[in-house]
Design a protein around this ligand. Structure first.
Ligand SMILES: Cc1ncc(COP(=O)(O)O)c(C=O)c1O
Length: 429
């Protein structure tokens, strides 16, 4: 046990007495970071820096699972929230901010004629699916990527405990950039598919006009096309991946970075479909909560004013280019794979030599944390990351990937890794 993480360990022991897993979120928990050699609890953050329970400082490339798009404690956003606090948080009638923010989204997002708000990405994707089922009067759905914790989606993963078989049988997965896998579903579930929902991009860019082909298939078979832009929204462009790739879906869902960490999500889309919101049931006490709406307004204004996306792209390209060079110099292309969009990119560590991907990634995270970098599966950039942060990350990569290579060659993983191995929940990307 590394003394550097003593308080994290103590807090984990305490938390697990009252909180299963000691966390509300799998991706933030002890199974996502190797125990004893990683920080497990955060005390505070500022811009892209965070401090753990032991007061160790990190440059955070997880960015609150991509919910933090501008940086921790962004002043413009927090000032807007504080001003709103002074006049009330949750009311008994709708607040004008709901309309003001909805109008903003309609202006920015190509498919958005109308808008409804929720709190989590899962609220938005689940509402979109219910809407599509009501609109088409069909029940089956095709999914590609991650879409949240609700039954209709999670039943299609290996973490399906507690989901009724009847629900599971209605959800089918298809593969990104493999149009025949979707064609097959339309063939197998003839005239039964209500919706096709996909992340318009995660690890790989669309190839061979994939997104347009998905849209064509949906039109041909009378299914509603939903882009899950929970991550890509306000990241790939202000109008989301649909604007970047110039393919407009029927509905789209947003969440994560739209309010710089405040909890809000949105379903947007075509008026004729969205109007059915008046007939289905999607309704919640906190859906019009004003602090997150004020945060959304301030975040979107800040993004436009400061050209946030151009900044994310510039530093993201620098990171991808620099990392590709390091991998090339190490001649490690066959076990280290780079992918993704500059603003949300990935280094995938594959099995190599005697060691599994899990072993190598666990060692990687141990060494990165020691050097003051908090990383998960990817590089989740936010506006407060500056060019110098990328330089520092690349220097750490150089050292740590070299350690991995040496470990593989010397076959001495057990002398180098001091923690508990990662145990990821499931892989859907
Ligand atoms: C693409 C995508 N959709 C939906 C969700 C679910 O969002 P939430 O965790 O806010 O419910 C996520 C969360 O990671 C996501 O990445």
């Amino acid at each position: 046990m590394n003394k550097r993480y003593q308080q994290s360990s103590n807090w984990l022991e305490r938390a697990e007495k009252t909180i299963p897993l000691g966390s509300q979120t799998f991706s933030k928990s002890r199974i996502a970071y190797p125990k004893h050699v990683s920080p497990l609890f955060i005390k505070r953050g500022e811009n892209c820096q965070v401090w753990d329970a032991d007061d160790n400082q990190y440059t955070d490339f997880v960015s609150g699972l991509l919910s933090v798009s501008l940086g921790y404690c962004n002043k413009a956003v927090d000032d807007a929230v504080i001003e709103q606090i002074r006049s009330g948080v949750t009311f008994s009638l709708p607040h004008q901010l709901e309309t003001i923010v909805a109008e903003k989204l309609v202006k920015l997002i190509p498919c958005a004629d109308m808008v409804r708000f929720g709190k989590n990405g899962s609220d938005a994707t689940s509402a979109a699916i219910r809407l599509a089922r009501a609109f088409t009067k069909k029940e089956h759905v095709a999914v590609c990527g991650y879409h949240g914790w609700q039954d209709w989606y999670i039943g299609s993963t290996t973490r399906d405990l507690g989901v009724p078989e009847a629900t599971k049988s209605l959800t089918h997965t298809f593969k990104y950039n493999d149009i025949s896998s979707l064609e097959q579903l339309f063939y197998q579930q003839k005239n039964q598919i209500a919706a096709v929902i996909l992340e318009p991009m995660n690890t790989h860019f669309p190839e061979d006009n994939f997104l347009q082909k998905v849209k064509d298939l949906c039109q041909q078979h009378g299914a509603v096309l939903i882009f899950d832009e929970t991550i890509t929204g306000f990241r790939f462009s202000m109008g989301g991946a649909q604007q970047l790739f110039n393919v407009t879906p029927d509905l789209a869902t947003f969440g994560k970075g739209m309010a710089n960490g405040y909890p809000i999500s949105a379903v947007v889309g075509r008026k004729d479909i969205m109007m059915l919101m008046e007939d289905i049931f999607f309704s919640g006490t906190f859906a019009g909560e004003t602090l997150s709406l004020a945060a959304t307004k301030a975040t979107l204004d800040f993004m436009t004013e400061h050209k946030v996306i151009a900044h994310l792209e510039a530093i993201g390209e620098k990171l991808q280019t620099g990392l590709a060079r390091i991998i090339n110099d190490l001649q490690a292309q066959h076990w280290l794979t780079l992918s993704g969009h500059p603003t949300w990119s990935f280094l995938v560590i594959n099995a190599q030599g005697d060691y599994s991907a899990i072993e190598l990634k666990s060692l990687f995270l141990q060494e990165m944390a020691l050097r003051g970098f908090l990383l998960g599966g990817g590089h989740n950039l936010n506006y407060s990351h500056k060019s110098e942060d990328i330089d520092a990350l690349l220097s750490a990569y150089k050292e740590v990937l070299d350690i991995l290579l040496q470990t593989i060659e010397d076959k001495d993983f057990h002398n180098k890794f001091y923690g508990e191995l990662l145990s990821p929940v499931f892989k859907v990307r």
